[in-house]
Write a protein that binds this ligand. Structure first.
Ligand SMILES: Cc1cc2nc3c(=O)[nH]c(=O)nc-3n(C[C@H](O)[C@H](O)[C@H](O)COP(=O)(O)O)c2cc1C
Length: 204
């Protein structure tokens, strides 16, 4: 059956493509990005235009929509830590998105505990279940946004979030996600399904 559809061309100035994309491409995981400026001022901000970009070498990608302190710091120092934004920290994650001036460290202003990283200057969020210490790979200028590609040098995972197979369990990670509008996603309901290897494995 054909469903009636609303058709929107993104070159129509009446169409808010950003609203359509953020309300459609979801849930988006949240990178809680820790950086330090060239002057040594810390910074922490959430970014939900975030995904894995390459398996080997391990590279993640997030996008700065307009130029922000996080982007300036990454460009200046080439270092960042991507902390997993987890349910117990939801208010702090949101609070850290406020427009703090560049000279203010959100972790200090909001009382967010940090711990030193192993390989980079930006600290990890102490309570983050997993933190990825990264070095800038490259940036891609895209209109009003800049895609940041970052090489993951090291994974720092809390022992208590690991399952018996040694990898993070989604139940313990409790990842937050960003939806459209001002909506957030709670940790997901999970089901398992084995991936078919050959067409004969496909269930009908
Ligand atoms: C859940 C959430 C996700 C966000 N995702 C992004 C994003 O992907 N890109 C972006 O530029 N800003 C995003 N923002 C807004 C930034 O966090 C906000 O502009 C912040 O002030 C930037 O901080 P900075 O200037 O210290 O880097 C998001 C905000 C929230 C609450």
């Amino acid at each position: 059956m054909a469903h009636p559809r609303r058709i929107l061309r993104t070159d129509d100035p009446q169409v808010n493509a950003y609203r359509w994309l953020t309300s459609t491409v979801l849930p988006r995981p949240i990178a809680w990005v820790s950086t330090v400026s060239a002057d040594g001022v810390g910074n922490l901000a959430p970014h939900s235009f975030f995904t894995v970009a390459c398996a080997r070498p391990p590279i993640i990608a997030f996008s700065s929509v307009t130029r922000k302190d996080t982007l300036a710091n990454v460009e200046a120092t080439g270092e960042l830590v991507v902390n997993v934004a987890s349910l117990p920290q939801r208010d702090l994650v949101n609070d850290s998105s406020a427009l703090f001036p560049a000279g203010v460290d959100e972790t200090v202003a909001l009382g967010i505990a940090t711990e030193p990283s192993e390989l980079v200057t930006p600290p990890r969020v102490a309570d983050a279940p997993v933190a990825l210490e990264c070095r800038l790979h490259s940036t891609v200028e895209l209109g009003d946004s800049t895609l940041v590609l970052a090489h993951v040098l090291l994974v720092a995972a809390r022992e208590d979030v690991l399952a018996t197979d040694g990898y993070p369990s989604v139940d313990r990670l409790q990842p937050l996600s960003r939806l459209g509008r001002n909506e957030w996603g709670l940790p997901p309901e999970v089901f398992t399904l084995d991936r078919p290897t050959s067409p004969e494995d496909v269930h009908r």
